[in-house]
Design a protein around this ligand. Structure first.
Ligand code: NAP
Length: 259
């Protein structure tokens, strides 16, 4: 039995769709006040309306320090605290080396890695004043564990989040602030629907569990890291991938007759 989190406040960045929306809905179900953040206010407000009166939308670009500071100030003004930050906003455009421009690289690192730094920095004054906080980053298996053509910049940003996390966890421990990361495998988001059924089936075939993850698989892990009971866990990344990283070669799946 976990201690209820109802009445606490979470900020979820990149929450207008995909994994962030799933996290926002799940935390909303658990009774937390939810600040639903994306660059598009109307989309953020739609998700907030799905959650109910204890949620609201806010427009912020995580690459901009002023936006991140305003996001934290708004959470405090509306709800009185910031108990949890889910730093989830991220982008994943593909470009192979030789074609990738400096601007492509800066855009991905700026959003995924610098955006993490700015979002975390913005909530720290409040969390330190409260002498408690939970920070959950959305990293990936891509970068920390695996690679995929076109995603060298993306993989660097996702591995970079884990490097950031480990030192942040040490620095913030004296304030009872934990910093952990969820590392999704292939998750079925609205974006994935656009890739078509054949793509989804071939992606699922590479996973021992033979299915993609749902946004709530990630959200449930984020909710665990936010729980009272996870208070002694910090600086850890958790793969949530149906076993995708486990086969040491395609033969492992062939052996199971499921390749
Ligand atoms: P998604 O469906 O494309 O949603 C991305 C969200 O981030 C949207 O709400 C978007 O809203 C917001 N966003 C993008 N840039 C932003 C910025 N600069 N400032 C604020 N918000 C911004 O993405 P997703 O697939 O759910 O991915 C979410 C996170 O999970 C990312 O960090 C990604 O790397 C990670 N991940 C995803 C998968 C997967 O299978 N989907 C796997 C591993 C890791 P606006 O455009 O309105 O700002």
């Amino acid at each position: 039995m976990f201690t209820p989190l109802a009445g606490k406040t979470v900020i979820v960045t990149g929450a207008s769709k995909g994994i962030g929306r799933g996290i926002a809905l799940r935390f909303g179900q658990a009774g937390l006040n939810v600040l639903v953040v994306s660059r598009t206010l109307a989309e953020a407000e739609k998700v907030a309306a799905e959650i109910g009166p204890h949620a609201s939308g806010f427009a912020a670009d995580v690459t901009r320090v002023e936006d991140c500071d305003a996001m934290a100030a708004t959470a405090v003004a509306r709800y009185g605290s910031i108990d949890v930050l889910c730093a989830n906003a991220g982008i994943f455009p593909a470009a192979r080396l030789g074609e990738m421009t400096e601007a492509d690289f800066d855009h991905v690192i700026g959003t995924n890695l610098k955006g993490t730094f700015l979002s975390v920095s913005a909530v720290l004054p409040q969390m330190k004043a409260q002498k408690q906080g939970r920070i959950v980053l959305t990293s990936s298996i891509t970068g920390p564990i695996t690679g995929f053509p076109g995603w060298s910049h993306y993989g660097a940003s996702k591995a970079g989040q884990l490097g950031f996390m480990r030192t942040a966890a040490i620095e913030l421990a004296p304030w009872n602030i934990t910093v952990n990361a969820v590392m999704p495998g292939n998750i079925h988001t609205e974006g994935m629907d656009g890739m078509g059924e054949a793509y989804i089936a071939s992606t699922a075939a590479c996973v021992p569990m033979k299915k993609l993850g749902s946004v709530f698989d990630i959200a449930n892990a984020a909710l665990f890291f936010a729980s009272e009971e996870a208070g002694y866990i910090t600086g850890q990344g958790l793969s949530i991938d149906g076993g995708q990283i486990l086969p040491e070669s395609p033969m492992a799946l062939e052996e199971m007759g499921t390749a």
